[in-house]
Design a protein around this ligand. Sequence first.
Ligand code: ADP
Ligand code: MG
Length: 320
Amino acid sequence: MPGEFDLIARYFAPATAQRDDVVLGIGDDCALLSVPAGKQLAVSMDTLVCGRHFTEDADPRALGHKALAVNLSDLAAMGAQPAWVTLSLTLPSADEPWLAAFIEGFAALAAQYGVQLVGGDTTRGPLAIGVQIHGFVEPGQVLTRSGAKPGDLLYVSGTLGDAGLALLAAQGWYVRDGALPFLRERLDRPLPRLALGQRALGVASAAIDLSDGLASDLQHICAASGVAAQVQLAELPLSAAVSDYVRETGDWSVALGSGDDYELLLCVPAALQGDFEQSVAGMDVPLTCIGWLEAGSGVRAIHPNGETEEVSGGYDHFKN
Ligand code: ADP
Ligand code: MG
């Protein structure tokens, strides 16, 4: 795809960060990269497919941002430091303005986090975007899903359910005046919580990023760590619009079961609660304690009236 390839070489590579540890970037058969001595590589990939993860009319600038953001969010969940990224683009046609806008969104976020695009692949076909991210960790200094223990406290960053409510609003659900741009922004331009993940190193026992929704992502922690979770619904951090939704419908599924928020869920040993709150103090990210872990298995929600509900299977009736 000569047209697209020229664009990538001309605009894309220079627009992302330029790093000293990239010996050879885009242009040869492979990139050559130097992992700093003593560090380990953290690698993850996520694919966005048109019709499944976004619609055909999606803003290409937002797509470029989101394709990278969801990958950076995986690094954030491990407390890793982002470094390099590769990009697999499958494009239906040579649409220069589309590609230029996509690049702009992608490269702006890459530059913000010092990430360099070092290679990729470009093919013709139904629109799909695959991104592989590479970051660094100190050996043993990492947040996994499996380190949580009974007694740990559960914290989440930001607010829950905004991206899910944005999708409902797109299907016609009425949201309060002025809320739509905020919800759209939360769905289209998630902010990877990289600084938070790094600050939580050494204090949090486990972490995961919320891509599928609190109920199912928390269940991943419970399964990997061999613990049970109790979530107090009254404590869930909700934006005004999601609060309205829960009050009007009595349905918590938008907060518990909808994905795409890309907030972090952190498990913190109760004895380290003070240390944790100190290490995240002054950050621009609201953190809320929403529950705790116990011996056992499964995720239980405690309703404001005290009733409990098993939600381990995922809170699926929301999903369509
Ligand atoms: P090859 O034929 O050896 O697979 P390509 O012609 O596909 O090489 O790609 C040439 C160079 O351009 C490689 O360095 C590759 O990593 C880079 N490249 C191709 N597509 C992309 C893309 N979408 N994003 C970033 N780099 C790309
Ligand atoms: Mg080759």
